[in-house]
Design a protein around this ligand. Structure first.
Ligand code: AP5
Ligand code: MG
Ligand code: ZN
Length: 214
């Protein structure tokens, strides 16, 4: 399965991608995760990206495209991949098509996870992530048994720097202006699918799988 996951910040792209990895072993390529890893490692790329991420703006295409191309070239992506958080604007979508065409790795589907705007703020302000294993929690919807501690591995839970209300508002604005138009882009290509992203995580996963024919 060669898939793009589309959806607003907090729609559950990362949550559903993790379930697809678990069940089908398809690798997830999250540009947000790759950028956060570069920020944490204090690489030149990470230093450049951080100022944009902290403001809730998109990191320049030149930075992101190189990163994605390198990742898609790795062995584990040759049979399939899930792009999560990429592409984010029409320039990235066009560059991706070109890249995939030359690698003969064309997309099977772009899946839009649809969640009403009013649900997103709580999902994002409540998100906590395990520093050790990456497991995601939400203090409002899926809290860990012990505050601040991962149920799976005991690791410390942290809150993302860009999950502050002010930055979230900016991310939502950027999504509406630059990313939402990609729904039409993939619709015109005939590969758009969509699922209702409200309800329980497992219930949504069932719709994701059936919508994708998995
Ligand atoms: P990125 O990391 O991609 O963030 P995002 O798109 O804003 O999306 P999120 O990761 O916040 O949400 P998600 O849909 O993955 O939701 P999740 O599953 O975590 O990007 C961050 C920044 O990096 C950008 O602002 C930009 O600066 C930069 N960047 C990244 N890619 C880029 C690119 N291609 N070009 C340029 N810049 C780029 O779920 C959220 C919460 O909700 C969790 O707590 C979860 O537990 C909970 N939840 C999930 N499902 C449910 C449910 N069904 N019910 C209740 N709660 C739920
Ligand atoms: Mg995510
Ligand atoms: Zn953990």
């Amino acid at each position: 399965m060669k898939l793009v996951l589309l959806g607003a910040p907090g729609a559950g792209k990362g949550t559903q991608a993790k379930k697809l990895i678990e069940k089908f072993g398809i690798p997830q390529i999250s540009t947000g995760d790759l950028l956060r890893a570069a920020v944490a490692a204090e690489t030149d790329l990470g230093k450049e990206a951080k100022s944009f991420m902290d403001k809730g703006e998109l990191v320049p295409d030149s930075v992101v495209l190189g990163m994605v191309e390198e990742r898609l070239g790795q062995d584990d992506c040759q049979e399939g991949y899930i792009l999560d958080g990429f592409p984010r604007n029409s320039a990235q979508a066009e560059a991706l098509d070109e890249m995939l065409g030359s690698l003969s790795m064309e997309l099977d589907a772009a899946l839009s996870v649809d969640v009403p705007l009013e649900d997103l703020m709580k999902r994002l302000t409540g998100r906590r992530t395990c520093r050790e294993c990456g497991q995601m929690y939400n203090i409002y919807f899926s809290a860990p048994a012990e505050e601040g501690k991962c149920d799976k591995c005991g690791g410390e839970l942290f809150q993302r720097d860009d999950d502050k209300e002010e930055t979230i508002s900016k991310r939502l604005e950027v999504y509406n202006q630059q990313t939402a138009p990609l729904i039409d882009y993939y619709q015109e290509k005939g590969i758009l699918k969509s699922v209702n992203g409200t309800g329980g995580i497992d219930e949504i996963f069932v719709s994701v799988c059936s919508t994708l024919g998995l």
